[in-house]
Design a protein around this ligand. Structure first.
Ligand SMILES: [Ca+2]
Length: 491
C-alpha cells in the first residue's frame, strides 16, 4: 500500500471512529425521566399554591425553586366514581376522557387492548429506554402498567417504613442501585408513584404528632382538637348547599376517620393526617433525588411532580374527589430538568393527558398517532405561557349526565344536572377575584365578586358566553350527554 492510500485509510477509519463517538456522546445525552405521581393531593395542600398552608415540603419547594411551577393543570375528569382510574388512563395513553378504553374494563383489565402498546412504558421501551415503575395497585390501568420492564406495584398506606411511602422509594433506590452496579448507561424512565395521601391516611407516628392528628377509628366519637392541626380551609363549609349527585358515594360517606362528619374537629384531624402523609412523601422523594445526584444523573433527568387529581378535604362541605371545584379539578405540577429556567411560574392550561406527547418530544421520540394531547414543551422552553385557552372537565360517575365545567381566562362555569332532574344548578366564578370559589353560604362581604355570579344580572352575557363555550367543548370532546338546558344533539 502506498503512503497516500495508507493515509486515506487511516483518515477513513479515524473519521468513522469520530462519528461513532459523537453518536455515542449524543446518545448518552438523551434525558432520563423521573415521573412522580401522588395519589389524591390537592394543590392547595402545598405552600406553593396556598401560602397559608402549614404543610412542610422542603424537597418539593426546592424542586420548584430549581424548576417550573404550573398554575393551571387539570385532569379532564371521570365517568367513574374511582376518579383515579380514568386519570391514570389519560396519563398513560395521552387520550381524552371519552376516547379511553371501555370503562367496563377499567378496574380489572386482564385481557389485551390494542392501546396498551401505545402507553408510556411500551413507547419508552421501544425507544431504547430502561423502564421501571412502582405505584399502588388497583384503580389504575393494568394493561399499561405491565408494559414497564420492571414493575414493583403494591398499595402502601400504612404508617411504617415497610407499609407506607418509604416502600415505594426503596423500590426506586434498589433499581437505581442495580443500574449503578451494572454500570448501565442507557437512559431511564422511572414512574415513581405513591399510594398516599389517599385514605386511609395512616401517617408515621412522628408526623401525625407534628400535625396534631390521630388515626381516628371510632365512628361514634369525634377526634380531639389540637392546636397543631391545620386550620380549616378558607372555603370550608359544614355541608355542600345541594346534593353533589352521587348517592352513597364512598368518598363522601365511608372514609374511615371522616364518614359523613364535616365538623371542625373531624376535618382538621383528617387534614393533619393528610399532611403527615404528604410530608413523608416529600422525605421519600428527597432520598431518591439524593441518589440521582450521587450517581451524577440528576442534571440530565426531567423530574415531573404531580397528582392524579385534587381533593376537597372539607372545602365546600365535601371531602372527596368527585367534584369540579378548583381544589379537586386542579393538580399540583412542577417540572425540573435540562433547559428549564429555574424559579419560573406559568399558567400552562394543560391536562394530565398532555404529559405523554411532552415526554416523547423531550426524549426525541415520535409521538404515536393515538395520542390526542398536546406537547407543552414550548411552555417548558419559555416560548409560550399556555398551550390552549379553554379547559373542560367532567364528573359523570354518579347520577347522569352529571357535572360539567369549562374555564377560559378568569371565568369558570360549573353545571350540575344530577339526581334525575332534582338538582339542576349553575355556578359562575371569576377566579381572579374569587379563587376560592366562595358561594353565598360562605357569606363573604366587601367584594360582590366573592360569590357565585350565575344569578347576578350584571353577568348574564358572560354566563351565556360560558354556557355556549361548554356546549362547544362537550361536542369537541364527544361528550355523549347533554344537560337539561342544552339543545339535544342527534349523533
Ligand atoms: Ca387518586
Amino acid at each position: 500500500m502506498d503512503i497516500r492510500k495508507r493515509i486515506r485509510t487511516f483518515l477513513l477509519v479515524f473519521g468513522c471512529l469520530l462519528l461513532f463517538s459523537v453518536c455515542k456522546a449524543q446518545e448518552k445525552k438523551r434525558p432520563n425521566f423521573l415521573f412522580v405521581l401522588i395519589d389524591d393531593q390537592s394543590p392547595f395542600d402545598l405552600k406553593l399554591y396556598d401560602r397559608t398552608s402549614i404543610l412542610e415540603t422542603p424537597t418539593i419547594d426546592k424542586l420548584a425553586e430549581q424548576g417550573m411551577v404550573f398554575e393551571s393543570v387539570r385532569h379532564m375528569g371521570s365517568m367513574n366514581g374511582a376518579v383515579c382510574t380514568p386519570s391514570r388512563h389519560m396519563i398513560m395513553t395521552g387520550r381524552t376522557l371519552w376516547h379511553l378504553p371501555p370503562s367496563a374494563e377499567f378496574q380489572q383489565q386482564t385481557g389485551f387492548h390494542p392501546l396498551d402498546t401505545m402507553t408510556i412504558g411500551a413507547i419508552f421501551n421501544r425507544a431504547g429506554y430502561s423502564t421501571m415503575r412502582t405505584c399502588k395497585e388497583g384503580n389504575s390501568y393494568p394493561g399499561a402498567n405491565r408494559q414497564f420492564t420492571v414493575v414493583k406495584d403494591k398499595t402502601k398506606r400504612g404508617g411504617t417504613e415497610e407499609s407506607g411511602s418509604a416502600w415505594h422509594a426503596e423500590q426506586v433506590l434498589t433499581y437505581l442501585g442495580e443500574r449503578e452496579q451494572a454500570d448501565k448507561k442507557d437512559p431511564f424512565f422511572i414512574y415513581f408513584g405513591f399510594s398516599h395521601p389517599h385514605d386511609p391516611r395512616n401517617g408515621t407516628p412522628d408526623l401525625l404528632d407534628k400535625y396534631g392528628a390521630i388515626n381516628h377509628k371510632d365512628e361514634e366519637t369525634i377526634p380531639p382538637a389540637n392546636p397543631r392541626q391545620p386550620a380549616l380551609p378558607a372555603n370550608y363549609l359544614p355541608a355542600h348547599p345541594f346534593h353533589h349527585g352521587h348517592p352513597d358515594l364512598r368518598d363522601e360517606t365511608r372514609v374511615s376517620g371522616v364518614w359523613e362528619r364535616r365538623d371542625e374537629n373531624t376535618v382538621r384531624n383528617e387534614l393533619g393526617r393528610d399532611f403527615a402523609c404528604s410530608e413523608n412523601i416529600d422525605t421519600q422523594l428527597d432520598r431518591v433525588l439524593q441518589k440521582l445526584e450521587a450517581m451524577g444523573e440528576l442534571e440530565n433527568t426531567y423530574i415531573i411532580y404531580t397528582s392524579d387529581h385534587g381533593m376537597a378535604m372539607g372545602r365546600h362541605g365535601l371531602v372527596g374527589k368527585q367534584n369540579l371545584y378548583e381544589h379537586t379539578w386542579r393538580v399540583p405540577f412542577i417540572v425540573k430538568g435540562p433547559g428549564i429556567k429555574p424559579g419560573t411560574r406559568v399558567e400552562g392550561n394543560i391536562y394530565l393527558l398532555d404529559l405523554l406527547p411532552t415526554f416523547c418530544e423531550l426524549a426525541g421520540i415520535k409521538t404515536p398517532e393515538t395520542v390526542q394531547g398536546e406537547s407543552f414543551v414550548p411552555v417548558l422552553k419559555g416560548e409560550k405561557q399556555t398551550i390552549r385557552e379553554v379547559q373542560y372537565g367532567v364528573y359523570n360517575g354518579g347520577t347522569k349526565p352529571g357535572i360539567r365545567t369549562v374555564k377560559k381566562g378568569d371565568w369558570k362555569l360549573i353545571k350540575y344536572d344530577v339526581m334525575d332532574g332534582a338538582v339542576r344548578e349553575t355556578q359562575l366564578f371569576n377566579l381572579a377575584q374569587n379563587p376560592n370559589e366562595y358561594l353565598a353560604e360562605h357569606k363573604k362581604s366587601g367584594n360582590e365578586m366573592l360569590t357565585d355570579l350565575a344569578e347576578n344580572p350584571k353577568y348574564a352575557a358572560k354566563l351565556r358566553e360560558m354556557e355556549a363555550l361548554l356546549l362547544e367543548q362537550m361536542k369537541l370532546h364527544d361528550d355523549p350527554y347533554t344537560l337539561w338546558d342544552q339543545p339535544r344533539v342527534s349523533k
